[in-house]
Design a protein around this ligand. Structure first.
Ligand code: ATP
Length: 303
């Protein structure tokens, strides 16, 4: 009997690990366009995160040697603080997220979490400590319960419902005839963009990682839903170090530090107030996007 169950258990573990790897890959799809082929050093240890400080120290990186993308990036996200990366399309924002998740290793300089160079620890341990809330949460063709529980398969029903409450999806789930047993995904109930993102938030809350990487929604959500999601994200950020890849400025105003990136170089940094007062690039971007937002809200209120 033991001889039969052991290999089955082993296969179960392998199967779960493969599914976890697939979901990591799929969830990072927006951040990651092609899986990297980085290898752990022989005997590499696990990343420990007693505090959660992230430090980019003169980081240089290019997807190929001929074309540098990040050209000497230095900033520190102190433990428990939120740092937002903003900048034009193609400036390298998502690339910073991919390096933090160690999908790639830096070409020059160093990236450290609590003083440990990410090249010296296992990729798996980095993934275990960082929760990713992507633009588009990937759902399995399974129940809502399963989809949330995926964040931590040994979680109890009470913990899963608590995570759903914190992500503000619990009431919606309870209102469905089959509640948490409702099948979702391609072959089940189609969830809206906002509902899917809440499932993703609940899943990440359940994983309870000390570091969060947020890839903010670009457009799919209407203004009200975006605001509601922002409230959930802000609550989730409490007590964690957060790196936000922001495609819109409306969501970054209360970050502890805003980094403005342009063509792989940090051109401005500071808080929202400091950057507005500086009347530089952030100031110009803010006023341009505020005008666009007003237009959108006008259109929404007319619908
Ligand atoms: P956006 O706001 O449009 O998402 P971004 O600031 O996040 O843009 P990145 O996705 O970091 O920009 O891309 C920075 C540059 O790196 C771009 O010029 C892009 O073409 C290039 N790039 C991104 N991913 C790859 C890849 N897998 N291989 C080669 N080049 C890539």
């Amino acid at each position: 009997m033991i001889q039969i169950t052991m290999p089955l258990n082993f296969l179960g573990t392998v199967y779960r690990e493969i599914r976890q790897a697939l979901i990591d890959m799929a969830e990072m799809f927006d951040l990651l366009e092609q899986p990297a082929e980085i290898e752990d050093k022989p005997g590499a240890g696990a990343l420990g995160v007693p505090r959660g400080e992230i430090a980019f120290d003169n980081v240089r990186f290019g997807y190929d040697a001929a074309r540098p993308i990040l050209k000497g990036i230095s900033f520190t996200a102190e433990a428990g603080k939120t740092v937002a990366i903003v900048g034009p399309s193609g400036s390298g924002k998502s690339t910073i997220g991919r390096l933090l998740f160690r999908f790639y290793d830096v070409d020059g300089g160093a990236l450290r979490i609590d003083g440990q160079d990410l090249r010296d620890v296992t990729q798996k341990s980095v993934h275990a400590q960082i929760g990713v809330v992507p633009q588009d949460t990937v759902l399995f063709n399974d129940t809502i319960y399963y989809n949330i529980a995926y964040g931590r398969p040994d979680a109890t029903r009470a913990e899963i419902e608590d995570a759903a409450r914190a992500a503000r999806i619990h009431e919606f789930v309870k209102s469905l005839p089959e509640g948490y047993e409702t099948a979702v995904g391609e072959r089940g109930l189609k969830l809206s963009g906002g509902e899917k993102q809440r499932v993703g938030i609940a899943r990440t809350l359940l994983k309870n990682p000390p570091i969060l990487l947020l890839d903010e929604a670009t457009s799919a959500l209407d203004t009200q839903t975006e605001r509601d999601i922002q409230v959930s994200l802000r609550e989730m950020s409490r007590g964690r170090t957060v790196l936000t890849i922001a495609h819109r400025l409306s969501t970054v105003a209360d970050a502890d530090l805003i980094i403005v990136l342009e063509a792989g170089v940090i051109v401005e940094r500071g808080t929202h107030e400091e950057l507005l007062a500086a009347r530089g690039r952030y100031h110009a971007m803010w006023h341009r996007q505020a005008a666009e937002r007003e237009k959108e809200e006008l259109v929404e209120s007319e619908i």
